[in-house]
Each structure stands twice: as structure tokens, then as C-alpha cells.
Design a protein around this ligand. Structure first.
Ligand SMILES: C[S@@+](CC[C@H](N)C(=O)[O-])C[C@H]1O[C@@H](n2cnc3c(N)ncnc32)[C@H](O)[C@@H]1O
Length: 304
């Protein structure tokens, strides 16, 4: 689907265990370069093994894709032909109890994608134990689209007066009480903790902020004819991508390749149920000559 030459520079912003990278970079020759970025050192270790047989040059970098410009600068690469971001978490991260991302496993309430050994950033436990009730409610409402956000925030603040909330199980029990949920029943479509856990993970990793930084940096980092592809799992992220591509189309920076987002096919959903909410959008950078001049862009921004 993505178009590039065998000597292309491909930046996989979320290399994970290397699945997409392997597919894309197997078409590159020895002049081609794959740059694989991930915040998670455990994923990078697996990616290194999985990508070992590629015939192109490979650089794996532990960093946040929000810093994509700095990553490329450090490697002395001015422009890329493909920028791919498959944002969110991997199944391995979700299934790792030590990361505390899933409400299904008992573990420390951490949620940092960089992993529990990281010394950077706040954990989910830091947020639930220190934020004001209103701040917590806003996070749970905005990032989790949870209608009971205020009641959940209130219950968290009340519970932490007795004991610091350190584990996923403690938090799940607090949320279950708010919903009067005792488990096992089929009346709820999703587990009551789903949205709150998602919201906290998005907040801990500033997932919407780093996506915006990536999208802002991308036009200057793409060669003419180069493509950016973003796979998102959440409507909030997809909205950000859609808005950015449209704004860049309006000033003739991008052509939008996917008029509608591409969604996973039945077979893929069967083998990977999480792909059911994935949306792929692709844009191609236009030639400079097709871009409106700076004044025109400025006046467009003022009236937009
Ligand atoms: C859905 S998985 C990617 C899977 C990958 N496409 C594959 O085929 O194996 C998302 C990956 O992105 C990483 N990630 C998420 N946000 C990131 C960020 N802001 N910067 C760098 N990596 C990030 C996660 O650590 C995770 O490994």
C-alpha cells in the first residue's frame, strides 16, 4: 500500500517487536535504511532479533517518537520516504503484569510504555495518589470517555485517604464498587475498569501530545512524494490524525491517500481481536511547487 523505492529511508516510529518493520524493510536493498524507534527497551530487544536478517541498513533507537526530529538529526538523516506510526500498546505490553496496563492482571499501577525499570515520568500510581479530584475526573472523562468519571474520581480520592493506591487490583476494586459490579455478569458490555485504565495510560504517556508533536514535525522530515501512515486505536487519536492531514491538504502540503480510514478485515480481526478498532490513514507529501506561498498559508490560518 505504501509506495517507496528499494533505497528508501523508512522510519517506523513504533517498531515494537518489528512486525511492520520486517514487512516494509524486506523490500529495501543495501542502500535502504530502516530506522526503528520505540520507548520500550524490551520491545527493541525482540525487534533486534526479528530484524537481524534484513538486507538493508537498520538503526534501532530507544526514544519517544515525539522526538522524531531529534532522532533523525542524531543519525544525520535529513528526510525520510516513509514515516509509519502504529500507536498505542502491543499485546506483549498489555499482557505483562509488571507494567500494570491491564486491569485483568494484578500488578504495580505503573503504565509507562518505557517499562517499569524506567526512571522517567510519572506512573499511574503517582497520578491517582496526587492529582486533585477534578483533575482525575477530567482525565477519566476526556481520555476514557467515561460517563461515571466524577464518581470514580471521588471514590479514588476517598480510598487513598486510607491507603496509597499501588496496584491494579486496588484500583479495579474501587471502580467495581462505584458500578456495584461483582464480576462474572454479562450485563456490562465492557469491564467497568476498561475506560479508566485506558484514560490513565493515555495520561501517563501523554499519548495525544506526542502524536501531535509527531504530526507537526512530519512535513519537514518527509521527502517530496514521501508518505506518512498512522494506525490509531482510539477515536481521539484518529480525530487528531484526520484533522492534521486535512489541514495540510488545505495548504497543499499533503495529498490524502486514504479518503476514508482503512480498517482491519474480518480475517485479521479473527487472528488479532485488538485490530477491530484500528484505523489506518495515509498522506503523501506534495512537491514544494504545489504548495501555497507562506503569505497565503498565514492568511488561511487566520481565517480557518
Ligand atoms: C501497537 S505496538 C507496535 C507494533 C509494531 N507495529 C509491530 O508490528 O510489532 C506499539 C508500540 O509503540 C510503542 N510506542 C507507543 N508510544 C510510543 C512513543 N510515543 N514513542 C515511541 N514508541 C512508542 C510501544 O512501546 C509499542 O511497542
Amino acid at each position: 500500500m505504501l509506495e517507496y523505492q528499494p533505497d528508501a529511508v523508512i522510519v517506523d516510529c513504533t517498531v515494537g517487536q518489528g512486525g511492520h518493520s520486517l514487512q516494509l524493510a524486506s523490500k529495501l536493498n543495501s542502500d535502504g535504511l530502516l530506522i526503528g524507534i520505540d520507548v520500550d527497551p524490551d520491545s527493541l530487544k525482540v525487534a533486534k532479533q526479528n530484524l537481524a536478517g534484513l538486507g538493508c541498513q537498520v538503526q534501532l533507537v530507544k526514544n519517544n517518537f515525539g522526538n522524531i526530529a531529534g532522532v533523525l538529526e542524531a543519525l544525520d538523516i535529513q528526510r525520510a520516504d516513509i514515516i509509519l506510526a502504529d500507536i498505542g500498546i502491543s499485546s506483549a505490553q498489555l499482557a505483562d503484569p509488571n507494567r500494570g496496563i491491564s486491569f485483568r492482571f494484578d500488578g504495580p499501577l505503573d503504565m509507562r510504555l518505557a517499562g517499569p525499570a524506567s526512571t522517567e515520568g510519572q506512573t499511574a500510581a503517582d497520578l491517582v495518589n496526587t492529582l486533585y479530584e477534578k483533575e482525575l475526573a477530567d482525565i477519566i472523562f476526556q481520555y476514557g470517555e467515561e460517563r461515571r468519571s466524577r464518581a470514580i474520581a471521588k471514590a479514588i480520592v476517598s480510598a487513598r485517604r486510607d491507603n496509597r493506591i499501588e496496584t491494579t487490583t486496588q484500583l479495579v476494586e474501587i471502580i467495581n464498587k462505584v458500578f456495584g459490579y461483582q464480576g462474572g455478569g454479562h450485563s456490562q458490555k465492557i469491564h467497568p475498569a476498561t475506560r479508566t485504565f485506558q484514560a490513565l495510560r493515555i495520561a501517563v504517556n501523554d499519548e495525544l501530545g506526542v502524536l501531535e508533536r509527531l504530526l507537526e514535525a512530519a512535513p519537514a522530515l518527509l521527502n517530496e512524494g514521501g508518505e506518512i501512515a498512522v494506525i490509531s486505536f482510539h477515536s481521539l487519536e484518529d480525530r487528531i490524525v484526520k484533522k492534521d492531514f486535512r489541514a495540510n491538504k488545505d495548504i497543499s502540503v499533503y495529498d490524502i491517500i486514504t479518503k476514508k480510514p482503512i480498517i482491519a478485515e474480518h480475517q485479521e480481526i479473527k487472528s488479532n481481536p485488538r485490530s477491530r478498532s484500528a484505523k489506518l490513514r495515509i498522506a503523501r507529501k506534495l512537491a514544494d511547487s504545489r504548495r501555497k506561498d507562506k503569505n497565503e498559508i498565514e492568511s488561511y490560518r487566520r481565517f480557518a
